[in-house]
Design a protein around this ligand. Sequence first.
Ligand code: IPM
Ligand code: MG
Length: 373
Amino acid sequence: MAKYRIAWLPGDGVGNDVMDAARLVLDALGLDAEYPHGDIGWEIWRHEGDPLPQRTLKLLGETDCALFGAITSKPKEEADEELDPELRGKGYVYFSPIVRLRQELNLHTNIRPCTGYPGNPLNYKDGIDLIVFRENSEGLYSGIEFYPLPQKLRDAYSDHPKMERFARFANEDIAISTRLMTREGCERIVRNAFEYAKKFNRRSVTVVDKPNVLRETGGLMVRTARKVAKDYPNIPLWETNIDAQCMWLVKNPLDYDILVAENMFGDIISDLAAQLVGGLGFAASGNIGDNYAVFEPTHGSAPKYAGQYKVNPMAMLLTAKMMLDWLGEKDKADRLEAAIARVIAEGKVRTYDMGGSNTSLDVANAVVKYVIE
Ligand code: IPM
Ligand code: MG
């Protein structure tokens, strides 16, 4: 029996291409693992009315962790239209399977490192080294949404003075998405950010929210962060607003180190941070829970490139590196990262986004060469 069982979830579009690239590298590293395949994504939705079927959840329960490629996510109406005709009108509702995975498996901590590897022509500036800790299980992504506004809720809200301005609108003309945040969720994500900062000697932790306007949820986040920070007297806590932080990241990206935010703001800031170090082709991430984790590159499924082995697999390879670290395979993780850094620095094998014409698999093979050296 292999040492690890890793659920293999290519998903949609280029997910498959980059997963093939990852496999070349994992095999070259000699990781003692088996990779049972799991169905997830758009095609499964179209034919079964559920993009994350029970059998896949069961598989995850029988594995150590999962590696995930990419997923196509579309708004509700478009998802309905693409469902097989015989499934339409039967009450199937599309909800992003990756968001579901994060919530159903309580993968509360999304870690998104954004490292500007030397020699990457896409680096915005040299020396950028950011890590986004994104709360992954609550916030605006909770999925507690209403349209039309149920009368019961309307009644409950009616005491709120700010509701007065909306009194003239019918329930059918109001939609609500709830930003639900808990003290536990805020504390956990901030503590995980500080623990990481302590372990890896990072310079600072910046909590990013908008407490001047979102006074209750943002306020809870910032107050909780201040309290947690007291346990880490050697690591400064900075507090910023999401809008200003976006500007400052572009202006002074070297000033920041670890950024911690609730789900939606973490989503936004992690795309921005990724672009500073070469774009989504370099953005790795790990959805980490207490006993399970799903590793995924941040990029989407880029359907127009599906099957062409054109996209940059670096994000996926860096994601595999995160997985190796999480499994405790530090030596393999370090070897992989060093090989990736070397391929980037040499600049000989590059996908189109970096100005080259190599395939995803060419890049993986270039990494393999240094991994086995
Ligand atoms: C991400 C993506 C997802 C998200 C989408 C695909 C649902 O943007 O992982 O950042 O919003 O979390
Ligand atoms: Mg995103």
